[in-house]
Design a protein around this ligand. Structure first.
Ligand SMILES: Nc1ncnc2c1ncn2[C@@H]1O[C@H](COP(=O)(O)OP(=O)(O)OP(=O)(O)O)[C@@H](O)[C@H]1O
Ligand SMILES: [Mg+2]
Length: 305
């Protein structure tokens, strides 16, 4: 098994006596992964991140970072290898990006001033570095926040909902950046989100949390495979009537969605081929077939039970 960059064991946390906000959480984030931490609002994502970063004091369990149990002795060394972007980055609006980065460098130790130009380049803000931050779009501010967290050249980057509030262009830019950081520099990235599609597009691994409990944790590939054992597919055909008649002959249940669309469940991809052959042999034209269930549906099925 590959090395784990973040590992939690039996992590528990409650803000109040009434309930557990994080319950026996076992996170396993492999080195080099882009790990998507998924959950609906209030499920405990930000709380978990605060516990990992020691911004909240855990009540029981262990957090292991880079293979070392996180405690008073390992704290500084471990955190020096972590970059984090949580909530809105605190930026000075009346200053430009360069000046904001200089202040951030002064707050930290052992960062060469040349690193400023490097991180500006990475987040693609070189052109805009002398523009006042109050004139930045939200996406640009978010990227500047990311640049600050990259100053120390972290091995692990923790991002709490980095695409929240961004427009589609900003979301794509952030996604591209995350992938680049992972591919070019081998940075392990832990990213929280409540958007399945987002996670599906960038992540290699996924953990799904609800009510403070981990519901599923695996590779995104396995998640898709385990789900695809029973697939919902949608068909577009020229005749719904003929299609229903053909499907009835083999006792295949289906639902008509609209005009020329039907939905049915299949057990395998081979069954899809079988169905196409069957319909073609009955002179039904099949225009499209889509496999409908993706992570989004898995997410719903996992969170709605
Ligand atoms: N400071 C606090 N005091 C008391 N309860 C809190 C506090 N912060 C969070 N909570 C509660 O803890 C639970 C987990 O919240 P958390 O912010 O970790 O969720 P989240 O998954 O990050 O949600 P979101 O998607 O809205 O950011 C929620 O029920 C929330 O109301
Ligand atoms: Mg949150």
């Amino acid at each position: 098994m590959s090395q784990l960059i973040i590992e939690t064991e039996n992590l528990n946390f409650s803000y109040t006596k009434e309930r557990k906000d994080i319950e026996n959480l076992e996170l396993k984030v492999p080195k080099g992964s882009i790990y998507g931490f998924l959950g609906p609002n209030g499920s405990g994502k930000s709380t978990t991140i605060r516990l990992i970063l020691n911004l909240l004091k855990k009540q029981s369990g262990n957090v292991t970072l880079f293979g070392e149990i996180f405690n008073a002795n390992t704290r500084i060394k471990s955190l020096s290898k972590v970059g984090a972007l949580i909530e809105n980055p605190s930026l000075y609006g009346h200053l430009n990006a360069l000046e904001n980065l200089k202040i951030a460098v002064n707050y930290r130790q052992n960062i060469a001033s040349e690193r400023i130009e490097e991180v500006l380049e990475i987040v693609k803000l070189t052109q805009a570095k002398e523009k006042k931050v109050k004139a930045y779009s939200l996406g640009m501010k978010q990227r500047l926040g990311l640049a600050i967290s990259l100053l120390s050249n972290p091995e692990l980057l923790i991002l709490d909902e980095p695409t929240n509030g961004l427009d589609p262009k900003g979301i794509i830019e952030m996604r591209t950046l995350i992938k680049e950081l992972n591919e070019k520099y081998g940075t392990t990235i832990f990213i929280s989100s409540h958007l399945l599609n987002e996670i599906e597009k960038v992540c290699t691994h996924v953990g799904i949390i609800r009510d403070g409990k981990m519901l599923y944790q695996d590779t995104v590939k396995s998640l898709k495979q385990s789900k695809s054992k029973n697939m919902i597919v949608e068909l577009e055909v020229d005749s719904v009537k003929k299609t229903i008649a053909s499907l009835e002959k083999i006792n295949k249940k289906n639902t008509v969605l609209e005009d020329s669309f039907l939905q049915l469940e299949v057990g395998s991809k081979e069954e899809i081929t079988f169905l196409i052959d069957l319909l073609r042999s009955e002179n039904v034209n099949v225009y499209q077939i889509f496999i409908k269930n993706n992570l989004e549906e898995l997410f719903l099925s996992l969170t709605e039970n």
